[in-house]
Design a protein around this ligand. Structure first.
Ligand code: ADP
Ligand code: ADP
Ligand code: ZN
Ligand code: ZN
Length: 843
């Protein structure tokens, strides 16, 4: 029988030993886990799984590696974080695959993160079909990210900004004096531009549409910036008279064409307001030179199977494999017939097929090489990285993974387990933080941490072969793995009405029609890539929002050029909404996008509770005496914050040959504030100490402060009690960001007229946390709201009122409704892959 003392296990000899781990909430943990095994770390959110697997084991392995390659970096690495642990022995070199947090670059793609694109470029360079008169190109010349390859017009972005006349001059019946040119600045600068035009001899007092074409074109599109003396506020006739009379010019002004003004301001202004204003006049167009293909014409003239490299990279990977297999076969045939040319193609093509196979095996064959990373889910990104590792031929390493099952349908989880087994069979170790009960059951060894989150967690409750967890009474996980603890059986609600969404087109959805019950909870399920996100997160909120004439609510920061140029607007979206809309006044999409792109936004600022906290500080006698207003206690504006790090708490240090590291600010020591600000106390604590509290600690500390407690309660309700108030938004996982948004909604008073749209709300959650979250979604529905969510956990799907299953497969093999009805109906009669898993969950 299994024992909680792992060293006594007869089957597996533990050999990675940790002594005295105290990172974050870990309570002086001792632990031994086996190598060459699948070790799964479990526990509720915030219990300390990541602190152990990533913060201690991986961090230590990383530190040793960095030290060995760059001794001079030691001091900086030490500052950047040495795990708090007495000793770790037996740890192999580690490779971590974490769910990506924070922003991703739209310049990186499936092809670049898997490095498959570099092979494709090689293939086109060496073995592509060239036009007769064209010399061979280097591989770099097929890259959109190099000067050698990029389209000279759009610099490899595929799109260009245009500033169309209709936007700059929305009402051509106005004169320039009446502000016909809406894109010009207001106030004095606008007047100056007008005065200069007068001095140049243009009439600003006739309707725009009556000016000669060449005058209009010059005013809008000239690149010239003449500088000349002008007379202020005169008409053309008056100005001519003033000049004839020898009147002294008022001042000297510079002219800037309307288009140039918009583009220059957008590129250079530091003011978010200005930037947002001029962005209104920009339109994004497909690059006229490369037609959006991003490459120079010579590169696009080289083909394989009749496809240029852009078309090739746009194919779904499984189709790409078929194309390559066919081409390799015919190249082989040609070689057999004595042709020289085929050899390079066969070698490179076969190499490429080998690289693509594990990606397809991981259920990602529906992706294309050109898909940009911001459009991928965290789970897809992690599986891509995993697939890349599978072909790297490494052995003897430990892979540290963060919930590889995220975003996977139960059917795909089976495939994932096969892949993990394959890595293990090659002589690697796997340390996996997971919430999937199936993977826990599949593990060789379980490490259960808990029992609770934060201060109530941090203990190893069990470490040993999986079966032994059954005996550990303190473990919450045990009840899900071995018991049948779960959500109460749910009787589907009677909906208040039905909303119809017809003929939806988006990505792989081809004229899909669905019915959504109003005042009920709908779960949309299906294998990965079947179209759930396309339907639920992309199409539904926009279509319903348009129908309501309100749009979805979002708190968007000022756009930057990359946002506008790289954002994928080319995908079509169509569909019609009919039926019962009386119960729905607003649409709120609670997605996994980051809640902020800088470390300046955090849980406290996003939920608005920090405003209340700052006000409390400003109300203290000490603050009044010193004249400190609430702004003094902000780290986002100059005043009370630390001037060295401008309130970030850390400064970036560039390391030669290594990724730059953030290290604690030497002046404020990470507190973000000036010492004078920190001298003001509220209930005995300064503002930095409050930002350092976990939500749960703060909940106790602010007892009686209703407005603050309400936000904190909402955060605890969605399972985020363990987050620190000041934890930067960039450190939150997609799932955590989504739950912060949900909490912000829950803290509002419920009017019962909202359609909530959620994408995989339970991803990243322990079963116990998921249950709590679902209880809150049910309460939103009980309050009269409508909830539609993408959900893959069949325990959760089982308690929905209505189920829509998309499929049957992924990508072009999916995109249809394969089953719909109550959970019991779908389990009994569904044609899709969910039926059998749902039936099991309903038992
Ligand atoms: P899990 O992986 O089980 O969800 P974590 O290891 O992420 O849990 O968190 C365990 C505890 O450590 C929580 O109380 C969390 O707030 C805290 N914690 C996590 N990251 C940090 C950090 N960078 N600084 C301070 N505390 C942290
Ligand atoms: P699911 O949510 O069921 O995993 P998705 O809706 O994300 O599926 O994807 C359905 C199909 O649409 C897939 O073929 C996917 O590659 C494609 N797709 C999804 N988002 C985008 C996008 N932003 N651009 C291009 N294709 C996309
Ligand atoms: Zn171009
Ligand atoms: Zn500082």
């Amino acid at each position: 029988s299994a024992s909680s003392d792992p060293t006594s296990s007869p089957e597996i000899q533990p050999d990675v030993r940790v002594r005295g781990a105290r990172e974050h909430n870990l309570r002086n943990v001792d632990l031994s886990v086996p190598r060459d095994a699948l070790v799964v770390f479990t526990g509720v959110s915030g219990s300390g799984k990541s602190s152990l697997a990533f913060g201690t084991l991986y961090a230590e392995s990383q530190r040793r590696y960095l030290e060995s390659v760059a001794p001079y970096a030691r001091r900086l690495i030490d500052q950047a974080g040495v795990p708090d642990v007495n000793s770790i022995t037996g740890m192999p070199p580690a490779v971590a695959l974490q769910q990506q947090r924070g922003g991703r670059s739209a310049r990186s793609s499936v092809g670049s993160i898997t490095t498959v694109s570099s092979l494709v470029r090689m293939l086109y360079s060496r073995a592509g079909h060239y036009p007769d008169d064209q010399p061979m190109l280097l591989a770099e010349e097929f890259s959109t990210n190099t000067v050698e390859g990029a389209c000279p017009e759009c610099h490899g972005i595929g799109r260009v900004f245009d500033v169309p006349e209709e936007k700059m001059v929305p009402d051509p019946t106005l004169t320039i004096r009446e502000r016909a040119i809406a894109s010009w600045p207001k106030a004095w600068h606008g007047h100056q531009l007008r005065d200069v035009l007068v001095a140049l001899g243009y009439d600003v007092d006739v309707p725009w549409q009556d000016l000669p074409r060449e005058h209009r074109d010059w005013i809008l599109f000239t690149e010239e910036t003449p500088h000349l003396p002008v007379h202020s506020r005169l008409t053309l006739t008056e100005a001519r008279e003033a000049i004839d009379a020898g009147a002294e010019p008022t001042y000297s002004g510079t002219f800037v064409g309307a288009r140039k003004y918009v583009l220059d301001t957008f590129a250079n202004t530091k003011s978010a307001g200005m930037k947002r204003r001029v962005a209104e006049f920009l339109s994004v167009e497909t690059c006229p030179v490369c037609q959006g293909k991003k490459l120079k014409p010579e590169a696009l003239s080289v083909t394989i199977a009749g496809l240029d490299i852009a078309a090739f990279s746009a194919l779904p990977l499984h189709e790409l494999m078929t194309v390559l297999e066919t081409e390799v076969a015919s190249a082989k045939a040609a070689m057999d017939a004595g042709e020289e040319f085929g050899a390079a193609f066969v070698r490179l093509g076969e190499g490429l097929i080998d690289r693509l196979r594990p990606i397809s095996d991981l259920g990602l064959g529906y992706l294309s090489l050109d898909r940009t990373t911001p459009t991928l889910s965290g789970g897809e990104l992690q599986r891509l990285r995993l697939a890349t590792q599978l072909t790297s031929d490494l052995f003897g390493v430990v892979y540290v993974l963060d919930e590889p099952s995220a975003g996977l349908h139960p059917q795909d989880v089976d495939a994932l387990m096969g892949i993990l087994d394959g890595l293990k069979a090659r002589g690697n170790s796997l340390f996996v933080v997971e919430h999937s009960v199936d993977i826990m059951r599949h593990a060789d060894w379980l490490v259960d941490i808990g029992p609770g989150a934060g201060e109530r967690g941090g203990k190893v409750l069990y470490s040993g072969p999986s079966a032994g967890l059954a005996e550990v009474e303190e473990s919450v996980t045990r009840e899900y793995v071995f018991g049948d603890r779960g959500l109460e059986h749910h009787t589907p609600r009677e909906p208040q009405g039905w909303l119809r969404v017809d003929d939806v087109r988006r990505n792989n959805l081809a004229d899909v029609s669905i019915e959504v019950p109003v005042g009920a909870l709908t779960a949309v399920t299906g294998v990965s890539g079947s179209g759930k996100s396309s339907l639920v997160s992309q199409a539904l909120p926009v279509l319903v929002g348009d129908r309501l004439g309100a749009g979805t609510e979002a708190n968007e920061p000022a756009p930057d050029a990359d946002d506008l140029l790289l954002v994928d607007e080319s995908e079509e979206l169509a569909g019609t909404v009919t039926g019962d809309l009386t119960g729905i006044r607003r649409v709120v999409s609670i997605d996994q996008k980051p809640i902020g792109r800088t470390p300046r936004s955090n849980v406290a600022t996003y939920t608005g509770l920090f405003d209340h906290v700052r006000r409390r500080f400003a109300e203290t006698p000490e603050a009044r005496e010193r004249g400190y207003k609430p702004g003094r206690f902000s780290f986002n504006v100059a005043g009370g914050r630390c001037p060295t790090c401008e309130g970030e708490g850390s400064v970036m240090v560039e390391l030669l040959f290594l990724p730059s590291v953030y290290t604690e600010c030497p002046d404020c020591h990470g507190t973000r504030f000036q010492s004078s600000t920190l001298e003001v106390l509220w209930r005995g604590r300064n503002v930095a100490e409050i930002l350092d509290m976990s939500v749960e600690e703060a909940h106790e500390f602010f007892t009686g402060e209703f407005d603050i407690v309400r936000s904190l309660t909402a955060l605890i309700d969605v399972g985020l009690g363990y987050l620190r108030l000041g934890q930067p938004a960039t450190e939150l996982s997609g799932g955590e960001a989504q739950r912060v948004k949900l909490a912000s909604e829950l803290q509002r008073s419920q009017r019962g007229d909202t359609l909530y749209v959620l994408d995989e709300p339970t991803s990243g959650l322990h079963c116990a946390d998921a249950d709590r979250l679902v209880a809150h979604l049910q309460s939103l529905v009980d309050a009269g709201n409508t909830v539609v969510m993408v959900e893959l956990n069949m325990r959760v799907v089982a308690v929905a009122d209505h189920v829509i299953e998309l499929g049957p497969g992924a990508g072009s093999a999916g995109g249809q409704v394969v089953a719909t009805g109550s959970p019991a109906d779908v389990a009994a009669t569904g044609r899709g892959p969910s039926a059998k898993y749902l039936a099991a969950a309903l038992q």
